[in-house]
Write a protein that binds this ligand. Structure first.
Ligand code: F6P
Length: 491
């Protein structure tokens, strides 16, 4: 907030994302509030709570176009309003083509190496263009100033930066791509690669999680677009706009709000073991995800199986508790991901389970952040075995939840978080045996080593928290605005 006030005085902040930060649904005639399972929301919501502004999002989760007194604007968070949530509503056709189609059957598998074939349909593209325009128009209509700071989120809105730039040429548009960016060869599969690149290059700043993704992006632009690339300053000039392309590894709020009301770790350990019918001294590994094929959930169950094979002394002692929020279930590949994980869990339980113990407990249900934090605090180990992930904030949340400085993180080398959380046990999620061994090594690690690793990881996340992430982008934006101001004076 101070940074905004000092460096960007009077700046109006507008966010645009597909996912809304608060979902209102009707349950038994009552309005129930839910916070979606979304890394984007986890990261951005504390920023908006701190600096205020307007967040424009698709009212996707909220049933029946629920409005408050007929207004699509809502002051949130409900308990202490700090910013405005402006919902836009999409028709089934728009949602089908833009969200399920182009974004999640096209761009998602294109950018994640999980060996799911991307599907590109011209009809989806038409909806994607139309929905980007719809959000751009809404954003321009919301803007009260000619040069707001616009924070565009993710692969749902690749075209929107240029659409906004055309209407608000002086806006500072910061676009953050929350998923990996593939190499040029892979990206060339997309039939609308030029349009997507040109849309993104309407931004003032384009952020990725890692330097590797930035380099992939520059290489892609170099191959497919007429533009000038300045590799030294990491900028791209396309038309009359220059875009700074930089890594800003995303993070979480520190300390996280969900930690405030947590019971001491001992109590969390007891209550979770009691809830799931585990022995008081049971070893507990946890996993928390959306049911997405990029998360490698079935493979992590196979790793537990391998561990039990190799280390039979863990039979009857170790339980892997996996909570997984169903997601994008309209798409067959997501339903199949869940079916496969359930089948593997069942097979491992049938092979090793006893009357009073199951090695895998799978709860396919959304959990609110406080419940997730209680699980993290109860666990001996957290397993994040994504096949590919831009960052993965679950890994950082686990670390944040452990203010007792205990607990082991087993983390995929293909998650961006592995570039920062170097003291995790880093695994290749395709190597089932090695992943089983790493879980075993984690569970056998002496307390002093667990503490040392956890302390270092906590230091890293505490310093490079979400305010640091936003701060770095806003400082870059502020410098850019000052430079533009000087250039205009000279002209
Ligand atoms: O990782 C990309 C992302 O958009 C995240 O920001 C978010 O956690 C996740 O996908 C959620 O996807 P959806 O909004 O489609 O449920």
């Amino acid at each position: 907030r101070n940074l905004l006030r000092n460096e960007l005085p009077d700046a109006e902040v507008l966010v645009v994302s597909n996912r809304e930060p608060y979902i209102h649904n009707l349950e038994d005639g009552q309005v129930a509030l839910q916070r979606p399972a979304s890394g984007l929301v986890t990261a951005l919501e504390p920023i908006m709570r701190a600096c205020g502004g307007t967040w424009i999002a698709h009212g996707s989760g909220s049933a029946d176009r629920m409005t408050v007194d007929g207004d699509d604007r809502l002051a949130v968070p409900p308990e202490a309003p700090a910013y405005t949530l402006r919902r836009l509503w999409l028709s089934d056709e728009e949602q089908e083509g833009y969200y399920y189609g182009l974004a999640n059957e096209g761009l998602w598998p294109l950018c994640h190496i999980a060996f799911v074939r991307p599907t590109f349909r011209a009809s989806d593209w038409e909806q994607y263009v139309a929905v980007n325009q719809k959000f751009a128009n809404a954003l321009v209509a919301e803007a009260r100033t000619r040069n707001p700071v616009v924070l565009v989120q993710d692969y749902h809105f690749a075209l929107l930066p240029r659409m906004v730039r055309e209407k608000l040429p002086e806006a500072t548009i910061i676009t953050f791509w929350h998923i990996p960016w593939p190499n040029a060869e892979v990206f060339s599969i997309c039939p609308w690669k030029e349009e997507i690149l040109s849309g993104l290059l309407g931004s003032s700043i384009l952020g990725f999680h890692t330097q590797f993704h930035c380099l992939n992006f520059l290489e892609t632009v170099d191959r497919f677009l007429e533009c000038q690339i300045d590799r030294e300053h990491s900028t791209v000039r396309a038309g009359d706009n220059t875009t700074l392309v930089r890594p800003y590894p995303i993070s979480i709020e520190w300390p996280p709000a969900a930690l405030a009301a947590q019971a001491p770790v001992d109590e969390c350990r007891k209550s979770v073991r009691l809830k799931y019918g585990l022995a008081a001294d049971a070893l507990l590994a946890v996993g928390v995800e959306r049911f997405d094929y990029t998360k490698g959930i079935a493979d992590r169950f196979r790793a537990v199986e391998s561990l039990l094979e190799v280390h039979p002394e863990c039979i009857g002692r170790l339980t892997m508790l996996q909570v997984a929020a169903p997601t994008r279930s309209q798409l067959a590949v997501y339903r199949d991901t869940q079916t496969e994980a359930e089948a593997v869990a069942e097979a491992v339980n049938a092979r090793f389970g006893t009357d009073d113990w199951a090695p895998i407990i799978l709860v396919p249900k959304h959990h609110e952040p406080e419940a997730v934090f209680t699980l993290f605090r109860a666990a001996d180990l957290c397993l994040v075995s994504s096949l590919h992930d831009g960052m993965n904030l679950v890994a950082k949340e686990f670390v944040a939840a452990r203010d007792d400085e205990d607990g082991v993180l087993v983390l995929s080398t293909f998650a961006g978080a592995s570039r920062e959380l170097l003291e995790a046990l880093i695994v290749n999620p395709y190597d089932i045996r090695a992943m089983g061994d790493a879980i075993h090594a984690g569970l056998s690690m002496p307390l002093d080593q667990r503490r040392e690793r956890m302390r270092l990881m906590r230091e890293m996340v505490g310093e490079n928290n979400i305010y640091f992430w936003a701060g770095r982008m806003l400082l870059d934006a502020a410098r850019m605005r000052k430079r533009q101001h000087i250039e205009r004076q000279i002209a």
